[in-house]
Design a protein around this ligand. Structure first.
Ligand code: BG6
Length: 477
């Protein structure tokens, strides 16, 4: 096993999926607070107004807000070097456009970061993880309004200034490339058109959506530039949902379609954020779809100056692409694809592909030549407690082991990999379905899909396995 000294082993979460306390200490509602629970077969429902009798999983989640000391102590016990969390934007600026930040919100993260550092854990902070203040959605239609760029940069610089001595690693927008699909309009861009009834299949206006994405690129680049002024040691990364896809067959049509998808979904946003300019291939897509991006004066320059220090991404599964219709389809991380006959799937239909991780790491390093970090990877599974109260999650250990080996292989190939934060290191609310029973954690949380349970924490078998992996810098895997 080849992992350099100082390899950042750890875990990842997001505020809306674990904090709870959705309206405590001055926090405003974010888009997530309007999302009801669903399941594999039942889509989540988004309510424009929060209804009294409905259950919204983010409102309590796993109550990390009141359990952070206990949870971080457990991460410390596992030997985490890094803990990825997001700051809930609406805890700092409850409405997004407030004149002053909310001191109680700032004070909360002071305590969280101090607790991390006490346990020798570096925080890695996502500034926007699908949790835009709802007021910005209602009043401005999110990033479609250029003023929201300034609100974001003010929020980002406020927290960077406040935590400059506690936090070195930052990510701007979680899975920003979901904005290249209609689904990402609300999650990433905060756009909720009045005509939209079904947020999973919104009335799509590509011109508006890609203009809003441009505004997000500008917000991200400005944050990188301003962040480096606040502390030149800051390491600021982009975050891409990498949906690696293979052609189903050697049919050149399959190969071409796969390349087009790869460029559109996987490469476009990363290229802008790492290379500082729009890639050649997007011009064709814009021409085909009558999209004309308005660059304000200085935008070109800011994109060039605000390139990221490292490239981070999520990796859970791979899919296939076929030019022929009627192929058997499978599920995925918000985007699915054609079933691969060589791969097994998780209970939620995500195809498990550790070799694909080695392939993806090589592909990305070849493209960007900047340090890479895997900030999400893991297995969502239904865990059960045996008669003696243990959770023997060997299936999770198997999944993680294979992916750790793939990382090590990629490092041997010459890839520069900074670290690995396993997604959902403590059980949390699923983003896709809102379920609690889709568990990723090393730590079990007693809470069910209806919000019942004591919220007690307990270690799974994988807890000790990961502790050993970290202690031996991967050798024990
Ligand atoms: C990523 C998100 O898309 O996938 C996370 O950044 C999310 O927020 C993760 O939780 C896993 O997806 P799910 O639907 O299993 O929670």
């Amino acid at each position: 096993m080849t992992f350099q000294n100082g390899f950042l082993w750890g875990g990842a979460t997001a505020a809306n999926q674990c904090e709870g306390a959705w309206n405590i200490d001055g926090k405003g509602a974010s888009i997530c607070d309007h999302n009801r629970a669903g399941s594999l077969t039942k889509q989540r429902v988004f309510d424009r107004e929060i209804l009294e009798d409905e259950y919204y999983p983010s409102h309590t989640a796993i109550d990390f807000y009141h359990h952070y000391k206990e949870d971080i102590a457990l991460f410390g016990e596992m030997g985490f070097k890094v803990f990825r969390i997001s700051i809930a934007w609406s805890r700092i600026f409850p409405n997004g456009d407030d004149a002053e930040p909310n001191e109680a919100g700032l004070a909360f993260y002071d305590k969280v970061f101090a607790e991390c550092l006490k346990h020798g854990i570096e925080p890695l902070v996502t500034l926007s993880h699908f949790e835009i203040p709802y007021n910005l959605v209602k009043k401005y239609n999110g990033f479609s309004d250029r003023r929201v760029v300034d609100f974001f940069v003010r929020y980002a610089t406020t927290v960077m200034e406040r935590y400059k001595d506690k936090v070195t690693y930052w990510l701007t927008f979680n899975e920003v490339n979901f904005a290249t699909l209609p689904f990402g309009a609300l999650n990433v861009l905060g756009m909720l058109d009045d005509r939209t009834e079904d947020i999973f299949n919104p009335v799509d206006n590509k011109q508006e959506r890609f203009q809003a994405l441009h505004n997000v690129f500008v917000a991200s680049a400005k944050t990188v530039v301003e962040g480096h002024k606040i502390n030149q040691d800051f390491q600021i990364g982009c975050m891409i949902a990498h949906a690696t896809s293979y052609p189903l067959t050697p049919n050149p049509e399959d190969v071409l379609l796969t390349q087009r998808w790869d460029n559109h979904f996987n490469n476009f946003c990363g290229d802008v954020q790492v290379k500082g300019e729009y890639p050649y291939f997007i011009k064709q897509y814009f021409a085909e779809n009558d999209i004309d991006i308005h660059f304000e004066e200085g935008d070109k320059d800011i994109l060039k100056r605000g390139t990221v220090d490292f490239y981070s991404f999520s990796y859970y599964m791979t899919n296939c692409i076929s030019a022929e219709s009627g192929k058997e389809m499978t599920m995925g991380n918000l985007v699915g694809g054609v079933k691969n006959p060589y791969l097994k799937s998780s209970e939620w239909g995500w195809q498990i592909d550790p070799v694909g991780l080695r392939y993806t790491l090589n592909k990305l390093y070849d493209r960007y030549q900047v340090p890479l970090m895997i900030v999400e990877n893991g297995l969502g599974a239904e865990d059960t407690m045996n008669e003696t109260g243990e959770i023997i999650d060997d299936y999770r250990i198997d999944y993680l082991r294979d992916h750790v080996i793939a990382m090590s292989d990629a490092i041997d190939d010459g890839v520069e990999l900074m670290g690995y934060t396993m997604w959902g290191c403590i059980d949390l609310i699923s983003a896709g379905t809102g379920e609690m029973k889709k568990r990723y954690g090393f730590i079990y949380v007693d809470r069910d899909n209806e919000g019942k349970g004591t919220l007690a924490r307990c270690k799974k078998k994988s807890f000790d396995w990961y502790k050993e992996v970290i202690a031996t810098n991967g050798k024990s895997v």
